[in-house]
Design a protein around this ligand. Structure first.
Ligand code: ADP
Length: 641
């Protein structure tokens, strides 16, 4: 008796979907395998779950696995599972329509039965029914042979994806489903899905952590010593293509350091150990598990503007969906590596959908909070490791302070700066804890070179008073200064601008008196220096040097000026005041010379020399080095007489 064949039409939306997919997803053709493997894994989950109450469903064929087969001569690839399988109506509904996804129905029926415990539900991959149809991107014809667990008959579903499919009853099938794809002729694409090695690579890339073995005849992989090989229940020698280790899905208590480190190396392709591992799970309406790492080594391309702004992958129910997912972490956490596995997102989620998805926004916020908390704990409990981390990634973290106002408060205590304090780099909380009882501000000096800055005359009075000064030497530090105006109620005050606030009132009065008394001298100096300084005044910032150049309180900083210049933008003219140290013998001598003969050429020479010295001391170039050198020579000769 010839079995009867039915011919049915696809639901209109399916036809539409097929057309859309073939045209818009063509460059992602390879995802067909991921989709079919996910369906297979899903079917195995369902069987496992149903067999909990009906063990006979699994009896006789206990070992759950996914088998890939490829026949290069006919260009046929098949994906087989011994999962739940499909009956006649399942096939019509599941593979003929999109409105009713079997998975969704399955979930609904479970809920109706009162299985409210989420932990009791199997992990169902792909609640949104487009996955299977992606096979038509690579196949000219798709044949599905399937037998539903517990049913006597099986079915063969066939379609060329052209609007209709046929169904016929077939006997003698094993439990589960076999999807066979008759591949389209190979065009000029490099990727050939009839190549076992290509399929193996795709499994590794997209489905590595599927919880069931994904196997293929070992004969295809004679050379591969790295694959686990065994004899399957049907007697075939098979090689396992996936590691089957969704590490993040296992309970934390059961995972040891080495396993975490192995996984870290697997995802990062690095040789080092992670500095810190974060493994956490959220429950409730937006359920996800995250396995994230703080790396110990700084990658060479951390500041390369073309590198990805995220190194966290998105999985949905253990299936890899997207690498380098920027919707999961802000770019200033781009050093974080790992996986976020959502239980709620659709498997076929696109980037556009992710960007608008509210759940994603919540995940990002929560992940950010978790990473910051881990860093805070590192800072508190493992100072050496924290400093090592900061050396590698601190500057990236500072981008967060500069860019994102929301996280500024949580981030500020985690920033590390060079300091004049003997213990080396410091955080703001550490600085504050060392502040003197009457100290009003956090003092900061910015420049390009740490050593040079540490010797800067700008620091003299502060150091003489025993005050600690932060040395802002990273290019981004000055931006930080621009954004973080205060910390724990203490303002951040730049020592190279305005009048330092640690000068006491008596000293201030003394300076004002001097200023009045010698206004003539100051004006003469201003005139002699032409337009190169805004003004000349006496100040209390110096103890050892005769003169220093000081910014006006609201002037833009040096780094900022350099940045504007480098990016081709207009730099506002930066005129600084020349501050004289009235106690310095050279300054006293100048006062004397001017008093005796204001028109003496030595007053001019002294003025130029003082200005040049101030420039040299801060590491700035002289406008006329040869003139300066001549003046020094003349001075030496004068001293020798
Ligand atoms: P999705 O998996 O996202 O629901 P698909 O179009 O990939 O959408 O599959 C539609 C339905 O077909 C699935 O929900 C499932 O019920 C059924 N199905 C697909 N593949 C299999 C399989 N290998 N075994 C059992 N059922 C399957």
């Amino acid at each position: 008796m010839t079995p009867q064949t039915e011919t049915l039409r696809f639901q209109a939306e399916v036809k539409e979907l097929l057309g859309l997919m073939i045209h818009s997803l063509y460059s992602h053709r390879e995802i067909f395998l991921r989709e079919l493997v996910s369906n297979a894994s899903d079917a195995l989950d369902k069987l496992r779950f149903e067999a909990l109450t009906k063990p006979e469903l699994q009896a006789g064929d206990e070992r759950l696995a996914i088998r890939l087969e490829v026949d290069a001569s006919t260009r046929t690839v098949s994906i087989r599972d011994n999962g739940i399988g499909m009956g006649h109506d399942d096939l019509v509904h599941n593979l003929g329509t999109i409105a009713s996804s079997g998975t969704r129905k399955f979930l609904e029926s479970l809920r109706a039965r009162g299985a409210t415990q989420t932990s009791g539900l199997p992990n169902l991959i792909g609640q949104f029914g487009v996955g299977f149809y992606s096979s038509f991107m690579v196949a000219a014809e798709v044949v599905v042979e399937t037998r539903r667990a517990g049913e006597p008959h099986g079915w063969r579903w066939t379609s060329k994806g052209d609007g209709e499919f046929t169904l016929e009853q077939v006997d003698g099938l094993e439990r589960g489903t076999k999807v066979s794809l008759l591949l389209k002729p190979q065009g000029d694409e490099d990727q050939d899905f009839a190549e076992p090695a290509e399929l193996a690579a795709l499994v590794r890339r997209y489905s590595d952590f599927v919880a069931y073995p994904i196997e293929m005849a070992a004969a295809h992989f004679k050379e591969r010593g790295d694959l686990v090989k065994s004899t399957a229940p049907d007697g075939l020698e098979v090689a396992r293509l996936n590691s089957m280790q969704p590490l993040w899905a296992r309970p934390k208590e059961e995972i040891n350091e080495r396993e975490y480190a192995d996984f870290y190396r697997h995802v990062t392709h690095e040789y080092s150990d992670p500095l810190e591992t974060l493994h956490f799970k959220t429950e409730g309406s937006n359920e996800y598990t995250a396995l994230l790492f703080l790396p110990s080594e700084r990658p060479f391309d951390l500041f390369d503007p073309s590198t990805k702004k995220s190194h966290v992958s998105l999985c949905v129910r253990r299936v890899f969906v997207m690498g380098e997912c920027e919707e999961l972490v802000p770019s200033w956490l781009r050093f974080v590596r790992g996986v976020v596995d959502s239980s709620d997102l659709p498997l076929n989620v696109s980037r556009e959908i992710l960007q608008k998805n509210r759940a994603m926004g919540q995940i990002k916020k929560h992940v950010t909070k978790k990473v910051l908390a881990a860093l805070a704990s590192l800072a508190e409990n493992r100072r050496a490791d924290f400093l090592r981390f900061s050396t590698g990634f601190g500057a990236v973290l500072k981008e967060g302070v500069v860019g994102e106002a929301e996280e500024r408060e949580a981030l500020a205590p985690l920033l590390v700066f060079a300091t004049t304090h003997a213990d080396g780099p410091t955080t703001l909380p550490e600085y504050v804890s060392r502040m003197k009882p009457d100290q009003k501000a956090i003092y900061v000096l910015s420049g390009e070179d740490r050593e040079q800055l540490a010797r800067s005359p700008q620091l003299e009075a502060a150091l003489a008073k025993g005050l600690e000064v932060l040395l802002f030497v990273e290019p981004i530090d000055e931006w930080v200064l621009d954004r973080v105006k205060e910390f724990q109620g203490k303002p951040l005050v730049s020592l190279d601008r305005g009048e330092p606030d640690f000068v006491d009132d008596a000293k201030k009065r003394e300076l004002q008196d001097l200023e009045r008394e010698h206004r003539g001298l100051c004006e003469a100096l201003e005139q002699k220096l032409g337009g190169s300084v805004s003004r000349v005044r006496f100040g209390a910032r110096l103890t050892e040097s005769p003169a220093v150049l000081v910014d006006e309180p609201h002037a833009i900083g040096r780094q900022m000026a350099r940045f504007l210049k480098e990016t081709g933008r207009e730099v506002p003219e930066r005129k600084r005041a020349l501050e004289l140290n009235p106690e310095h013998p050279v300054v006293r001598k100048l006062i004397e010379l001017h008093r005796d003969d204001p028109s003496s050429p030595r007053v001019t020479e002294f003025t130029e020399l003082l200005h040049g010295q101030a420039l040299l001391a801060e590491g700035s170039p002289l406008s006329d080095p040869s003139r300066f050198s001549k003046l020094v020579g003349k001075l030496m000769l004068g001293a020798a007489h």
